[in-house]
Design a protein around this ligand. Structure first.
Ligand code: IPE
Ligand code: IPE
Ligand code: MG
Length: 250
């Protein structure tokens, strides 16, 4: 699969609203427009997979009225965007727990998942009632059951099996963006982000749009990803020089 995987922690809706003397939910409402902008822009900018953190498992700690409005917005988003997503070849899927999502929002979500299942332009993944630690725990349980059934030897268990169980084979994000200036992961994709490039944006999520995404991607393209290896210049050192240096140390 070609194209980048970009993950976004969409933060700052409340602050956006507060600075405009509006209630918090108006920030969430404005945030839906940013989702639409970013989803429209992503394929042109070389993004093939887009994972958006929409609701964390810790967000249940918020007042029930705010939580209710967030799921109402999810339902509206699914109902309103359905045709456009389908026309643009966007495949929408949700990651996270489904059993606590209010029934009407879940119905709308699963209906969009179903109609857009054939989309090949953009993989849009919404993280809803998502917790990375819970995802890792669930994957561990799945593997433990396979071991208990005798299908998998403990010694054959490598990070590859764990990776497949956690990610379902979706490649790790190349770039993580968090808006609104906070520099933390808030239990998002802890396993997958091992070598992801991090980008912190000061604009709040409702302010974020195509130009911000372009800027983040331009910054990403200037970076040198090493995955633990030496940089390209250092790699040209002949093996004999390495042996000599190691000999000198030993
Ligand atoms: C992000 O904005 C939306 C969700 C977490 C659902 P916030 O609601 O966290 O906004 P701030 O961080 O309070 O400004
Ligand atoms: C993370 O943002 C969750 C989402 C963006 C959906 P929060 O606003 O909930 O995170 P904290 O509480 O600031 O860490
Ligand atoms: Mg926040």
């Amino acid at each position: 699969m070609n194209g980048l995987h970009v993950a976004i922690i969409m933060d700052g809706n409340g602050r956006w609203a507060r600075s405009r003397r509006k209630p918090r939910w108006r920030g969430h409402l404005a945030g839906v427009d940013s989702v639409r902008d970013v989803v429209r822009a992503a394929p042109d900018l070389g993004v093939r997979t887009l994972t958006l953190y929409a609701f964390s498992s810790d967000n249940w700690k918020r007042p029930p009225t705010e939580v209710g409005r967030l799921f109402w917005l999810l339902r509206e988003y699914c109902a309103r965007e359905r045709d456009e997503l389908l026309a643009n070849g966007v495949r929408l899927t949700a990651i996270g727990r489904r059993d606590r999502i209010p029934a009407s929002a879940l119905r709308a979500l699963e209906a969009v998942e179903q109609v857009t299942a054939g989309g090949t332009t953009l993989d849009l993944r919404l993280a809803i009632d998502y917790s990375a630690r819970a995802a890792i725990t669930t994957a561990t349980k799945t593997l433990a059951r396979r071991v208990a059934r005798g299908e998998l030897r403990v010694d054959a268990l490598t990070d590859r099996e764990l990776n497949d169980a956690i990610t379902g084979g979706v490649p790790a994000p190349d770039l993580l963006i968090r808006t609104a200036g906070e520099r933390r992961l808030s239990d998002f994709m802890l396993w997958e982000l091992a070598y992801t490039e991090l980008y912190f944006e000061t604009a709040t999520w409702p302010e974020f749009g195509r130009s911000h995404l372009e800027h983040a991607l331009a910054d990403f393209r200037r970076r040198e990803r090493r995955f633990g290896a030496a940089g390209p210049k250092e790699q040209t050192v002949p093996a004999s020089a390495v042996a000599e240096a190691v000999g000198a140390v030993g």
